[in-house]
Write a protein that binds this ligand. Structure first.
Ligand SMILES: Cc1cc2nc3c(=O)[nH]c(=O)nc-3n(C[C@H](O)[C@H](O)[C@H](O)COP(=O)(O)O)c2cc1C
Length: 187
């Protein structure tokens, strides 16, 4: 600890956050960092939809409608829990890739760029003392959620990033040793 890589090495996905609001300027700082991600041809395919306050319930309700469509017998308590899903954090950022290029290479690279932007976002949040968590789950593909977010057919949701002030930070999740995942070809 105390080295130049500390910021990267200490980032954790933090699911439990306090409900206290996040100043808009802070959210804008992390989004600015997100847009500085590398991006082939600088297509800037990312869009960020900041969901906060009552906006969280609107998207949550769309998600609950999707759940109800798939499970018509779902009890009201289940649907209420699903509707409240985004309220686990004061701010949720939907990170979207737009453009839907017909060129498969461009489409893949655009999505990769958005994933890089999401990681920038997570690291920027950590640098500013915010907790963050990248979530996907079924919500990213639900037509009800897509409609509620106003997404066209050429857009895909890469992440819902939950942002807040950490309640508890989980212990580090160990990675496999480098020897398992790195191969050197130097002779
Ligand atoms: C594409 C992607 C989707 C993820 N979706 C979820 C999710 O839906 N729910 C969740 O709890 N964590 C999700 N995560 C976070 C991972 O669970 C987390 O990064 C992993 O457990 C490693 O923990 P760490 O980020 O604290 O190192 C996702 C991460 C990525 C990259």
């Amino acid at each position: 600890m105390g080295g130049p890589l500390d910021l990267l090495l200490t980032r954790r996905s933090v699911g439990r956050v306090r409900p206290d609001p996040i100043p808009r300027t802070l959210v804008e700082e992390v989004l600015h960092a997100a847009t500085m991600a590398p991006n082939h041809h600088l297509t800037q395919p990312w869009r960020f939809i900041v969901i906060a306050g009552n906006g969280r319930r609107a998207i949550g309700a769309a998600h609950a409608a999707a759940v109800a469509r798939g499970r018509p017998d779902a009890p009201p308590a289940t649907l209420e829990r699903e509707a409240a899903r985004l309220e686990r954090a004061p701010v949720v950022v939907a990170c979207v890739v737009t453009g839907g290029s017909q060129d498969p290479v461009r489409a893949r690279e655009d999505r990769d760029a958005v994933a890089a932007a999401v990681q920038n976002l997570l690291l920027a949040a950590h640098a500013l003392g915010l907790a963050a968590m990248w979530r996907t789950g079924t919500m990213v593909d639900e037509p009800e959620v897509r409609t509620a977010l106003g997404l066209g057919g050429d857009a895909s949701i890469v992440a819902f990033v939950y942002l807040g002030w950490a309640a508890t930070v989980p212990a580090g999740r160990e990675r496999r040793p480098l020897g398992d995942v790195v191969e050197w070809r130097d002779r």
